[in-house]
Design a protein around this ligand. Sequence first.
Ligand code: A2R
Length: 314
Amino acid sequence: MKSLIIGGAGFVGPYLEEALHKSNPGMEVYVSKLAHESYDHPGAKVIDLDILDKDMVAGTLEKIRPDWIFHLAAQSSVGLSWKNPKLTVDININGTLNILEALKGLDYKPRVLLIGSGEEYGHIKPNEVPINEDNNTRPGNIYAATKACSNMLGKIYSDAYDLDIISVRAFNHIGPNQKPLFVVADFCHQAVKIEKGLQDPTINVGNLSAKRDFTDVRDVVRAYVMLMDRAHKGQTYNVGSGKAIMVDEILQTILKHAKAKIDVNIDKSKFRPVDVPIIEADISKLQKTIDWQPEIELDSTIQETLDYFRKTVE
Ligand code: A2R
């Protein structure tokens, strides 16, 4: 059996590769990356693939003929999506479309997982929390809009062409190796720079009152793999912890584990043009489908993320 992880050289890909080997020993795992990226895991077969190149996408799928395809490739940062909306639309919508078109042209039907985001729900009303998959999506930022569109395209292609496509809306996932573009990694990165005397002893933060649903990336990829076995074609599943916590609580945990005294500066430039006050997943559909619950405590993920930066920041 073969799996292909498209866009596997980012944060999630290596964890997903590991989860696949663990749950399916003997599975061949192909990981695609962009030409400028590197991917050094000996267990993977590494190929270059830019999803904006339609012919390359079709050729790759025809050549490898994977049974399972995980589509991780994305412009994955909300912050960057405000700064570069066109790039975000190109990669997240047109890139997904290239994959869907390539699937249509195949003479067999691999199972495909499209990775969307809890951000797709956008402006969630108080009576809609925790949010379930049947709720309207009202994206509040450009990244979220592209992921909502990709989800809709997946559903349309699944229904119209009888393709075996499933989708997830992944809520915030965190862990060692995440880029400091994301809130937990950003705070941990700053805390370590302060520990090492590379930043003034003040951590710059944005909106601390936002509540988000955080899950360790290793729990998230375990759910992805289980869904490939058990999910129903054409369906979308929330993947999250089911419990939102305030960003301020994350900050306090980081400050508690930091090995330096740190002041906090609220930096208005870190506020999003539009921010959503609370995003919390209803994971009952997921848990009816797979026997899954998050296992790694937030405190331990934060400590590992701090340790990761302690090893890598110079
Ligand atoms: O932007 P880069 O240079 O970091 O590369 C990202 C890559 N990527 C692409 N791959 C193929 N063709 C493209 N045109 C293209 N543009 C970007 O996809 C990166 O290596 C990978 C996505 O990894 P991350 O940005 O680290 O996302 P992460 O955290 O692994 O999330 C995986 C999925 C994404 O769809 C997120 O939007 C979702 O989970 O939350």
